[in-house]
Write a protein that binds this ligand. Structure first.
Ligand code: GDP
Ligand code: IMO
Ligand code: MG
Length: 423
C-alpha cells in the first residue's frame, strides 16, 4: 500500500515542512490535503530558507509531483505569489503542480471578515487572518465557489456577484465597513482563471490511478491535530481536519490505501494564537525556548507560546491518528537545559488523568503533573548515528517511545535537511 500520511501532532509548526522535504526523496507524489495559506512550512536547503503556504513541501525535489487536494482552500493571491517565488528561484513548478478542480476558492471577503471579526471579538481565536474560517463556512453552507466553477464564466460571475452582495451586507450592517467593489473582484478572479488553468486537474483520479500503479504518495497535513475542528481544543482550532481522516476526504483517497502515519512531534510544545496550553511556560524557560528555537510564526511572524512536552496531549494525538512512526524535531533546542520536564498527567479536581479533556472549563482547572529528566550539553548536530547522540538525549527519545508506544524513527537536529538522523 503506497500512501503515507505525515501530520503535526501538536498545535502546528512542528517542523512538518522539513520532514516532508526530507522524505520526498522516496515518494513520487506529495499531496497537501487541508487548510490553506494559514500554513507556513519552512524548508532550509543549502542555507536558503523557503516558506511554503499552499504548495506541498516536496516541490524542491525535481522528481516529485505535487498535488493540492480538494480539501485545501485556495487563495489565488497567495498561490500566484508562491509560484512566482519558486520560479524566481529557478524551481520548475509548471507540469509538476496539480490543483484539484474541486478545491474551494478564498475570496477577498473571506479574508476581510476573518480579520475584522477577530479584531472586534472579545474572544478572538488569534487566527492567521487568511480567510480560512469564513471560506470553510461557505463550503459547508454550500454556497462556496470552487475552481471548477471557473469553467462556466457566466455561472461563476453570477455566484460570485451573489456572494459579494451578501457579504457586503454583513460588512456594512454588522461591521460598519465599506462595501467591496463587485466588478473589480470579478475581473480579478477571471484574470486568475487564465493563470491557474494549466495547473488544474482531476486530482482524485490522478491520485487513485497512481495508487493503482503502485506509486508512492506522501499526504502532507497542515496545522496540527490539536487545531483539528473535531478533535482539537475547540473553539480555539482551525476550521478543517488536520488529523488523519482529513487526508482521505481532502484528497479523495480510501483509508485502506494508507499504510503509514508519521507524526511530527516537536521536542517541546508551541502554540500560536489563543486557547488552552497546559504546559505553557510564561517564564524565563519559555523565553529561552522561544529564543533558542526561533519560535516566531512562519506565516504571521507572531511569537509562539512555548512550553514542555505534554504526554496526555501527545498520546491522545497518536491514538486518534493511528501514528505508526514519530519524527521528533528541534531536540537540539533543548540542549543546555539542565532539567527537562515532561507533563505526564493532568490533575483536574484532585484526580490525576492521562486523558485529554474536551471542554474549556476542564482545561482551566488542569494542573500538570511532571516527570523530570536530566538534560544534555550542546553537541555537534551533524552526527549521523543515534549512538553518537548524548546519552540523556537518547534517554529522552526512549522515554517518548515508551510513553507513546510509537517508535521514533526520525530525529531532527537542525532546520537543514542534512541535520537529521534516520533510524
Ligand atoms: P511546520 O509548519 O510544521 O512546517 O513548521 P514551521 O516551518 O512553521 O516551523 C518550524 C521551524 O523550525 C522552522 O523555522 C524550521 O526551519 C525549524 N526547524 C525544523 N526542524 C528543526 C530542528 O530539528 N531544529 C531546529 N533548530 N529548527 C528546526
Ligand atoms: P502550520 O501548517 C500553527 C492557528 C492560528 C489560530 C488557529 C486558527 O504552519 O503548522 P486559522 O487562521 O486557521 O483560522 O487560525 O490556528 N494556526 C496555526 N498555528 N501552525 C499553523 O500551520 C497554523 N494554522 C493555523 O494561529 O490559533
Ligand atoms: Mg508552520
Amino acid at each position: 500500500m503506497p500512501v503515507s500520511v505525515i501530520l503535526g501532532t501538536q498545535w502546528g509548526d512542528e517542523g512538518k515542512g522539513k520532514i516532508v522535504d526530507l522524505l520526498s526523496e522516496d515518494y513520487d507524489i506529495i499531496a497537501r490535503y487541508q487548510g490553506g495559506a494559514n500554513a507556513g512550512h519552512t524548508i532550509v536547503l543549502n542555507e536558503k530558507k523557503y516558506v511554503l503556504h499552499l504548495i506541498p513541501s516536496g516541490i524542491l525535489h525535481p522528481h516529485s509531483i505535487c498535488v493540492i487536494g480538494n480539501g485545501v482552500v485556495i487563495d489565488p493571491v497567495a498561490l500566484m505569489e508562491e509560484i512566482q517565488m519558486l520560479e524566481n528561484e529557478g524551481i520548475q513548478v509548471r507540469n509538476r503542480l496539480f490543483i484539484s478542480h474541486k478545491a474551494h476558492l478564498i475570496m477577498p471577503y473571506h479574508k476581510l471578515i476573518d480579520q475584522i471579526s477577530e479584531s472586534k471579538s472579545q474572544k478572538a481565536i488569534g487566527t492567521t487572518g487568511r480567510g480560512i474560517g469564513p471560506s470553510y463556512i461557505d463550503k459547508f453552507s454550500r454556497v462556496g465557489i470552487r475552481i471548477v466553477d471557473l469553467l462556466d464564466h457566466s455561472g461563476f460571475e453570477q455566484k460570485l456577484r451573489q456572494n459579494i452582495e451578501a457579504n457586503n451586507q454583513v460588512l456594512r450592517k454588522l461591521y460598519d465597513y465599506d462595501e467591496l467593489n463587485i466588478e473589480e473582484i470579478i475581473d480579478k478572479y477571471l484574470e486568475f482563471d487564465k493563470l491557474i488553468d494549466p495547473f488544474i486537474k482531476d486530482t482524485t483520479y490522478l491520485l487513485n490511478n497512481a495508487i493503482k500503479e503502485g506509486k508512492n504518495i506522501l499526504a502532507e497535513g497542515a496545522q496540527g491535530a490539536m487545531l483539528d475542528v473535531d478533535h482539537g481544543t475547540y473553539p480555539f482550532v482551525t476550521s478543517s481536519n488536520p488529523t488523519v481522516g482529513g487526508a482521505c476526504t481532502g484528497l479523495g483517497i480510501p483509508p485502506t490505501a494508507i499504510n503509514k502515519v508519521i507524526g511530527v512531534v516537536k521536542a517541546y510544545t508551541t502554540r500560536v494564537g489563543n486557547g488552552p496550553f497546559p504546559t505553557e511556560l510564561e517564564d524565563e524557560t519559555g523565553e529561552l525556548l522561544r529564543k533558542q528555537g526561533a519560535e516566531f510564526g512562519a506565516t504571521t511572524g507572531r511569537p509562539r507560546r512555548c512550553g514542555w512536552l505534554d504526554l496526555p496531549q501527545l498520546t491522545y494525538s497518536t491514538m486518534i491518528n493511528g501514528i505508526t512512526h514519530i519524527a521528533i524535531t528541534k531536540i537540539d533546542v533543548l540542549s543546555g537545559i539542565e532539567q527537562i520536564k515532561v507533563c505526564k498527567g493532568y490533575k483536574i479536581n484532585n484526580a490525576v488523568t492521562s486523558n485529554f479533556p474536551a471542554d474549556l472549563p476542564s482545561f482551566e482547572k488542569v494542573e500538570c503533573v511532571f516527570d523530570t529528566l536530566d538534560g544534555w550539553q550542546p553537541f555537534d548536530c551533524n552526527v549521523k548515528n543515534f549512538d553518537d547522540l548524548p546519552i540523556n538525549l537518547r534517554k529522552y527519545i526512549d522515554y517518548i517511545t515508551q510513553q507513546t508506544g510509537v517508535p521514533v524513527n526520525i530525529i531532527s537536529l537542525g532546520a537543514d535537511r542534512e541535520k537529521t538522523i534516520i533510524r
